[in-house]
Design a protein around this ligand. Structure first.
Ligand code: GLC
Ligand code: GLC
Length: 804
């Protein structure tokens, strides 16, 4: 069953009922200010950091689930409704929500009044703009009251939701003919404020929540709206809101547009107050002036759309499969942008007050994002490197505002360092900008003379310096699988699984990290050779060979790769185990890294994946699921069977298998797996999957779960990046390398002809692949015998004809 459809031309998903199984959300913003918005207008906005600078209030874990939002009320006689349906839930005569690339629009009608609301954040602007167009399609004049509303958060979202003894005293606002300014705590330590503005002079206002909604009231039917009034309340303590009323008279056929601005302003300390000692609002007025008419606002929206068109033009494919194209050209890349911006901080499942930016998460997010905005990737790589220590270990997370490592969780996740090599290598292959390696970058604030190259080296040697009894990498607190806690032993409720202790067994080893080391050790040695550091390159290459041997000797279980050795040197993920016999991660990563190629291990491993782990929605993380808690394994066995790390389709790992399948030339299997996981292919099962049909979820409940097929934790998942790598590089075979673009497609049989446009290092590559049963490549009509397309300086366009 579907609840909408894709509109590929406009790059939108169109939802035609507010009754989606879960809130279906979208993101606004591309720079500093961001918003989350659902298909019923729920969500919130924040500046840079969803924890410390939350602009509007949202109540997670609420009933109904999605409460708090950009709520517009239209009062038309006795009928009171919202263009986004919530919160009045008044049945609408028509409803449509379109989630586009960083904007969402709602088009609804009731009693022949139509409301079109479009929400977006203009490029490089610290404000959400909401354009509300109201038209009267009836034959009579309509007298309407329109209320634009928002509920302010007192900035620190954690404090806002628990420190009521203070917070009910601090709220302060200023009001003028168009706006409510939220200036809580401005009198002392804050030099920022937010505001809610409408471009028409208001007919009335409220700024105190309790007054607006009335005794025992709610957003569902605020007293003021019900009575068609405003109470001119000026918030003093309690909960400040912006509720702006505009009374409109619309003749038959008439349309009227209101432009609302939810803005955020930071004043320089010296300009906090005007000479007269008043709060300096000049920056707010300037901001407002940029968008205070329909024309100005529409122009900004157009600019945003153009920006996205340009981004989506960097990589564009056309194959015989529409769903493949839709995923590759629009939604996968869009999700890559979102994960790059948010890491795992703010979604409907990540409350924005928990963790900051994950180290490994952000490193991996770059893999699918770097072609879109290389400069932002560059900056991110240097920020990430800055939380690494000289021995190569890294903090596991950092806060986006301070860019400092998060001391609560610390480090000790032994896969983390290698991800820095992964993203830097991806950056170098995309851009050829080796200067990044010379950038000065201190280790955790110490040794300022060190360069990024020193960091990569430290990452590689961290793995080499932390090997266990079988010569395999020690796992530490956990590797990519945060829930495989082989040294932690968490016994009591409330104890963190990962940090309760770190019993350094010096025995628990990870075959997954071994696979990573082979892959990224090789990439690091390529970088060394490229820089003329041959000795180091050779040395690391030898170590890579040793690691391969160690995996073949001690990491192979007969039909598949083992997962790990635990602190007591017992095998994890082996046919000898009673539960958790086979895990996905080492099958994907060791095979894609080419371990055991000669011995044919990859083919066997992939066959076992198919036999034991493949379900209708992808490849499950492990099988059989753990039925009881294993102290020596940790959080993984704390989840009920089929959920999260305990045997769901943990989607992030599936592109590794897709890439691995292409590595052993199982092209049909690779395509088949993509079709099981990529959202457009399962849109018609939306009642089962329940989550948004345009983005990946972190997990899809596995066969052992009661809700088999249900998706959770949508949007912020490393699946986005890896899936884009799998689609663009493994299946379509457009592979950036240090020396230029290489073509190595692994297309399914049914792709007889494929056209790809790729902008790469400033030149456009037009690639045309035809299946004729014979391999050849010609560049601009000249046959070449190498699939690495030689870079010719000054050349703008490469026309490539390839046959397979
Ligand atoms: C979550 C974490 C990620 C981890 C994965 C598997 O997605 O953000 O860092 O690798 O779970 O445990
Ligand atoms: C929990 C989750 C895991 C996630 C981790 C992040 O362990 O199960 O998926 O990576 O938290 O802190």
């Amino acid at each position: 069953m579907k609840y909408g459809h894709f509109d590929d031309i406009n790059m939108e998903y169109v939802i035609n009922t507010p009754y989606t199984p879960l809130p279906w959300i979208n993101y606004l913003g591309e720079n500093d200010m961001f918003g989350i918005i659902s298909n019923t207008c729920g969500g919130y906005s924040f500046y840079k950091d969803a924890k410390l600078l939350r602009i509007t209030r949202y109540r997670y874990n609420n009933v109904p689930r999605d409460m708090g939002g950009r709520y517009y009320y239209i009062k038309d006689g006795d009928s009171i409704w919202n263009p986004g349906f919530m919160p009045t839930k008044t049945p609408l005569d028509s409803y449509e929500c379109r989630h586009g690339l960083n904007y969402s629009s709602f088009d609804s009608s009731k009693n022949q009044v139509e409301a079109k609301l479009t929400c977006f954040i203009p490029l490089h602007t610290n404000a959400e703009v909401h354009i509300l167009k109201i038209s009267n399609h009836s034959k009579e004049e309509k007298k309407l009251s329109v209320y634009g509303t928002c509920e302010f958060c007192l900035y620190n979202a954690v404090d806002d939701s628990n420190n009521f003894q203070r917070n009910y005293n601090t709220g302060e606002v200023l009001i003028d003919d168009h706006s409510v300014y939220h200036v809580t705590e401005y009198r002392e330590r804050r030099n920022h404020f937010s505001f809610f503005y409408v471009n028409e002079k208001i007919s009335g206002f409220d700024s105190d929540l309790d007054t607006f909604i009335g005794p025992m009231g709610s957003w569902e039917m605020p007293k003021a709206v019900k009575e068609g009034k405003s109470f001119s309340s000026v918030a003093s303590g309690w909960s400040p809101i912006g509720a702006l009323r505009n009374d409109l008279v619309l003749k038959p056929g008439e349309e009227k547009t209101l432009v609302y601005v939810l803005g955020f302003v930071i004043n320089p300390y010296e300009e906090k107050y005007t000479k007269g000692g008043k709060i300096n609002l000049i920056r707010a007025k300037e901001l407002i002036k940029e968008v205070d008419s329909e024309k100005k606002a529409e122009d900004k929206l157009q600019e945003l759309k153009e920006y996205w068109k340009k981004l989506m033009n960097i990589f564009h494919v056309s194959t015989p499969d529409d769903k493949f194209d839709r995923q590759a050209n629009i939604w996968n890349q869009y999700q890559c942008m979102t994960t790059f911006q948010m890491s795992r901080s703010a979604s409907y499942y990540e409350s924005g007050i928990g963790r900051g930016m994950g180290f490994r998460d952000s490193c991996q997010d770059i893999l699918g994002f770097v072609h879109l905005i290389p400069d932002k990737s560059r900056e991110r790589i240097l920020d990430l490197a800055a939380i690494q220590s000289e021995d190569g270990s890294t903090y596991h997370q950092y806060q986006p505002l301070s860019k400092k490592g998060n001391a609560d969780i610390g480090g000790g996740f032994n896969d983390d360092p290698l991800w820095l090599v992964a993203c830097t290598s991806a950056y170098l292959k995309e851009t050829g900008d080796f200067s990044i390696l010379d950038e000065k970058c201190a280790f955790d604030g110490k040794s300022p003379d060190k360069t990024l190259f020193d960091h990569l080296k430290a990452s590689i040697f961290f793995t080499l310096d932390h090997k266990g009894p079988h010569g395999l990498p020690l796992i530490g607190r956990a590797d990519w699988n945060d829930c495989l806690n082989l040294n932690c032993f968490s016994k009591y409720p409330g104890e963190p699984f990962q940090t309760v202790s770190n019993y350094e067994s010096h025995k628990a080893e990870s075959i997954f990290i071994a696979g990573m080391f082979v892959k990224y050790g090789e990439e690091f040695s390529d970088i060394c050779f490229h820089l003329g550091k041959d000795e180091l390159g050779k040395d690391v290459k030898d170590q890579v060979e040793n690691m391969k041997k160690a995996v073949v000797n001690y990491g192979w279980d007969g039909e598949w790769f083992l997962r790990a050795y635990d602190a007591f040197e017992n095998k994890v993920g082996s046919k000898d185990c009673s539960e958790g016999k086979i895990f996905i991660e080492p099958q994907g990563f060791c095979t894609l890294a080419g371990i055991g190629e000669k011995e044919g291990l990859g083919k066997k491993s992939m066959a076992s994946v198919k036999k034991y782990l493949l379900d209708d929605y992808g490849v499950e993380l492990l099988s059989p699921c753990y039925k009881s808690y294993h102290l020596e394994l940790g959080e993984i066995s704390s989840y009920p069977p089929g959920y999260k790390e305990n045997g769901s389709v943990f989607t992030h790992t599936n592109p590794w298998v897709i890439i691995a399948e292409t590595k052993v030339d199982n092209n049909e299997e690779a395509y088949d797996l993509l079709k099981r996981i990529a959202p457009p292919y399962i849109e018609d099962k939306s009642e089962i999957r329940r989550a948004e049909p345009y983005v990946y979820c972190q997990t899809i409940a596995g066969r052992e779960a009661p809700h088999y097929g249900e998706g959770k934790n949508s949007f912020l998942t490393g699946t986005a990046s890896w899936s884009f790598v799998a689609i663009s590089q493994a299946i379509l075979g457009v592979v950036p390398t240090l020396d230029g673009l290489k073509l190595d497609p692994h297309l399914p049989e049914e792709f007889k002809e494929v056209k790809i446009k790729r902008i790469y290092r400033g030149s456009t590559y037009q690639i045309h692949i035809k299946r004729v049963g014979k391999k050849s490549i010609a560049v601009d009509g000249r046959p070449v015998d190498n699939n690495l397309i030689k870079i010719e300086p000054g050349k703008n366009t490469y026309n490539i004809e390839m046959t397979i």
